[in-house]
Design a binder for this molecule. Sequence first.
Ligand SMILES: *Cc1c(COP(=O)(O)O)cnc(C)c1O
Length: 453
Amino acid sequence: MESKFRHLPSVDKVLADPRLQPLAAAYPHDFLLDLARHQLGQSRQAITAGQPSPSLDEIVEAVKQQAMALEKPSLRPVINASGVILHTNLGRAPLSREAIAAMSAITPGYCNLEFDLASGIRGTRHTHIEPLLCQLTGAEAAFVVNNNAAAVLLSLTALAKRKEVIVSRGQAVEIGGGFRVPDVMRQSGAKLVEVGTTNCTYLADYEAAITPRTAALLRVHSSNFRVVGFTQSVAIEELANMAKQHNLPVLDDIGSGCLLDATKFGLAAEPMPQQSIAAGSGLVLFSGDKLLGGPQAGIIAGKKALVDQLKKHPLARAVRIDKVSLAGLIATLVHYLKGEAVSKIPVWQMIAAPLEDIERRARDWAQVIGGAAKVIEGETEIGGGSLPGSTLPTRPVAITLRGATPMALAQKLRQRDIPVIGRISSNALLLDPRTVLPEEDQVVSETLQRILS
Ligand SMILES: *Cc1c(COP(=O)(O)O)cnc(C)c1O
């Protein structure tokens, strides 16, 4: 019986093909052998499934494509024209020049991460950032972990394992991306005691739930949604005062780490770490890469006795921050110290950008496109679970092409070497200049020119 695989080339024949010789010179033999075998295996499966035998050309081409796909980094820069400033899927906050410089300075070699230069003995990575965080938040002590989810998990684990933590029913929420307060609580070994109702929780509800097993009261900022209408929640001052009488700490997960007053920028009020500390919370927990505008990090600030318990907990080691993020975070915090956050931190530059500037940039982009583009009125979202329902006015370019759906156009823009990410609304593709760094304008214009010509 003749094999149905008889038309398939041998592995040797594939590897000897002249078209693979440039790859053979660049990669170890075993790697190409592996790809060729894999490809021939797939071909056999396809033939078994009743498909025609692929040609040598097709197999060689597939091996080439696979090698190139592995070599080309799939993680790469994109231009965020989506109109969401803190886009979690696009890596959240872009960084200031100073933060980038600080990170580049630390990256290539050694640094005194955990080494005290004065005494020449072991130090801790917290010493580099703790005074800065204390100064900015008014806290007694502070330290930094991998992200805010880790900060919450570590706080609950270190302070409330096998004990009870009281949370308002309206705050036992899902922040997104799988961060659910009840799940994190379970993971930490703390028992969630929900009080109040979805829309209303009173101070008396918290107080009535306190037992000898209570370890803490948790407040969670409802970062990504709003409850409107008949609502009642307890202010952090009230909660902290009552908790103090019972000798219990309030853990305040504020989410975003907004160190500036958001209302000054036409936005809704966002909880600020310094307010939470002043109000008497035991620990305030927030992200480094949301409205703070720095690299991914989870910041913990508050009472020294509590922070110390967290620092020495074994889980702290598992969620510790790396030296590069630490350097970027320090540089970002220095902008706040110097009062230059709005002029140096891209997130705040975007928030503060005057509408006239945005409109001018939109017109420049639209001009490249011609008749298919219109500058329209729109709204930029803050995103990243910050300031839900609070938006900034903007002037996106709306593109509608004859013979191409907005989806098709969006896909084309995503397929560029530097992908441009837009948003589809009312059957048009919208590109929002507010979320694009001004130094990226040129690339956006060139990309639009290429796509539309
Ligand atoms: C975003 C957010 C988190 C999670 O923070 P990450 O830094 O993404 O881990 C936790 N709690 C609240 C209230 C948040 O808004």
